[in-house]
Each structure stands twice: as C-alpha cells, then as structure tokens.
Write a protein that binds this ligand. Structure first.
Ligand SMILES: CC(C)(COP(=O)(O)OP(=O)(O)OC[C@H]1O[C@@H](n2cnc3c(N)ncnc32)[C@H](O)[C@@H]1OP(=O)(O)O)[C@@H](O)C(=O)NCCC(=O)NCCS
Length: 339
C-alpha cells in the first residue's frame, strides 16, 4: 500500500501587487497607429497603463509583489515551500523564472516552476496551489503572475499596441479550516491556437528565416472577443455551479482584464447582479496577461476594503486558447502592527 499525505482545505491568505512607475497615456501611443485616445477608451476602456523601465525585469516586479504578499500574510519567506510563477514574457526558456525568483527571495530550496497559460496562468496556478495544499504536497504556496509585455509589443501594430502592459501580482495560498477556494474549471480551445500568437518564433529568428530579431504579440481581436463573451461566459456559469455558489451570493467578479466591453458583456451573460463589484482595473493598468487578475484583485480590495473576506468569481482566458477559473474567498484585510 502506498502511503499518501492528506491535506486540509485551502484559502488565499493575502495578495500583493507591483506596478511600475512609468505611466503611459493613450496619447503616447496613438500617433504611430493612427488612432485616438477616444477610440481606445471607447473600444477597450483603457485610459492609461504602466510600462516597466528598461532595466526593470520580470524578476524585479515579481519579487516586489511576492514580498508584499508574504508580509501581508504575516509569514516569513521560509514558510513558503512552493512557488508557481505564471508568465509569457520571461525571455529565457530555462532555468525557470521561478527558480531565479526564489534565489532572490532568499528561499532557494522551495519547489519552483513556471507555467505558460497566458492570461489564464494565474487561475491555473491558484487551482494547482489549492490542490497541492489539499493533498498535503505543499503547505504555503506563492502564486505570482508577472509580465513585461511592453518587451513583446510592436508599437506600430494597430491591433495590439494600445492593449498590453507590465506588472506583477501575487497571492499566498495556505491551509484553512473551511473550504475557501472552490474547484477549478479549466480547459482549452486549441483549434483557435492562431488567434493570439507571439511571432516569429525563436526558431525562425535563429534560423534566419525571419528578418525580425525579436518576437511580438499578434492577435485576431474579433475572434478573441467573440470567444471570450460566448464561450468563456459559459465557463463562468460552470464555475459557479461547481462551487455551489449562485451569482447572487458573489461580492465581486474579477475576470481577466482584456477589454471593458468583454468584462461587461461577460458579466451580463453570466447573470452577475448589479450589486456585485466588477473589477475594471484595465482602465488604468491595461492588459497585463498573467498579472491582470491579482493586480485587479489588489486594486479592488484597496478601493473597497469591505470586500476583504467576500466571495469572488475569478476567470482567466487567452492565448492557447485556454481558460481557468474558480470561486474564492478574498483574503482578509492585512494585519497592521501598531506603530
Ligand atoms: C482589439 C479590439 C479592441 C479591436 O476592436 P474592434 O472593434 O474589433 O476593431 P476592428 O478591428 O473590427 O475595427 C473596427 C474599426 O476600427 C478601426 N481600427 C482598428 N484598430 C484601430 C485602432 N487601433 N485605432 C483606431 N481605429 C482602429 C478599423 O479600421 C475599423 O474601422 P472601419 O469600421 O472604418 O473599417 C477588439 O477586437 C478586442 O478588444 N478584442 C479582444 C482582444 C483581447 O482581448 N485580446 C487579448 C488577449 S487577452
């Protein structure tokens, strides 16, 4: 008989966020793509976004978000036994960004790996972290979504130049007496793999088959839009059903921040009532792919502290095409030591 460890329920203990200081307004982007501030606001909701500085790396941003999350969880770094890092913009294939991160965090013995599930990466990570804790594989897991998409954005591409941005968001997931993270509903629509691509591939660049020396993101905007609203909204309903939670019981809806029109259409399709707070962090953060949900969670909690401990529906979706989501209890307000 094989001996197995048994775990406990899981919960989000804290959230940390990092946004670079460089504010990029639509006005900085529009001339090169023959666009306007008004068009970008109307079609996407984006008013501004943040770009990392030239010397500011994926690791710098991830480290800042992780340190804040661990501090807010009242833990020390050595309590973290597993680190899951979701990104599509760390340029080195191996060793992973996660191992570079744990070395910086002074916790170089933790289990650490990267996941590539684009804007669903954070929810993929939350699902795995929760299952690791429930099975006894891990006790405290850091899940960090981080992107420096400005490195992979073509400023002359009319379809993407105004969308993508940089940042990092992290949560600490740990044991709980009550179930505070519901089942993950996840999957793919790989027949539409071409809808969002990073191209040319490193292989084409290396072989000289392409004139480019660096890949950038391309997308079929309308295909992604329709898929998100019609297919991913159905996933939203499945997540609620799997968790035994009705839309009426939610306090917040925190979907991937791709486009305000997608967020609002999705909320309508899922039947999210008006009283539920809907994260629209994209307005000032842009689309930060794997970082977008934890960043949106952090800013929603900052703006509406009463949501700490409330129930939220998370749902990520994007390149692959892939999706994942779960109902979670939002973390409690961070404990502040008296001065
Ligand atoms: C990208 C997106 C904003 C484009 O909006 P859209 O309404 O689909 O735009 P279209 O490509 O159909 O173009 C509509 C019109 O706007 C114009 N247009 C396209 N891009 C433009 C731009 N950057 N600035 C100004 N006008 C633009 C087109 O020329 C077209 O003009 P016409 O009607 O005179 O022919 C939208 O498709 C979208 O958000 N899709 C989802 C993207 C997404 O979520 N991707 C992320 C990965 S998670």
């Amino acid at each position: 008989m094989i001996k197995v460890r048994t775990g406990t329920f899981s919960r989000i203990l804290s959230v940390g966020a990092y946004q670079p200081s460089r504010l990029v307004l639509n006005s900085e982007i529009v001339d090169r793509i023959d666009s306007s501030d008004e068009w970008i606001r109307q079609r996407t909701g984006i008013e501004s976004r943040r770009y990392a500085g030239e010397d500011e790396s994926i690791l710098d941003m991830a480290e800042a978000a992780c340190r804040q999350a661990v501090e807010r969880a009242n833990l020390s770094m050595s309590d973290i036994d597993t680190v899951i890092l979701a990104t599509i913009s760390f340029p080195d294939q191996t060793p992973s960004a996660a191992t570079a991160l744990i070395a910086r965090l002074g916790n170089p013995k933790a289990a650490a790996f990267d996941i590539s599930a684009a804007c669903a990466g954070f929810c993929y990570g939350v699902g795995m972290a929760s299952d690791f804790i429930r099975s006894g594989t891990s006790r405290h897991v850091l899940v960090v979504g981080v992107e420096k998409l400005s490195d992979f954005t073509d400023p002359d591409d009319r379809a993407t130049a105004f969308i993508f941005a940089d940042g990092a968001g992290a949560v600490v997931i740990g044991p709980s007496e009550e179930p505070e993270i519901g089942p993950t509903v996840w999957g793919s629509d790989a027949d539409s793999r071409d809808a969002i691509l990073m191209e040319p591939s490193w292989r084409e660049i290396g072989s000289g088959a392409s004139d480019a020396n660096w890949p950038t993101l391309t997308q079929q905007g309308q295909t992604v839009f329709r898929w998100a609203v019609f297919s991913v909204s159905k996933v939203g309903k499945e997540i609620l059903e799997a968790s035994g939670v009705t839309a009426d019981q939610l306090d917040a809806f925190i979907p991937h921040q791709a486009n305000v029109r997608i967020i609002e259409s999705m909320a309508r399709e899922i039947g999210i009532p008006e009283k539920v707070f809907i994260a629209e962090d994209i307005r000032t953060a842009g689309n930060t792919s794997a970082a977008s949900i934890p960043l949106a969670m952090a800013s929603l909690l900052e703006e509406h502290p009463q949501l700490h401990g409330g129930l939220a529906l998370l749902i990520g979706y994007d390149a692959g095409l892939v999706y994942a989501g779960q109902v979670v209890k939002l973390p409690p307000a961070p404990f502040k030591a008296l001065a």
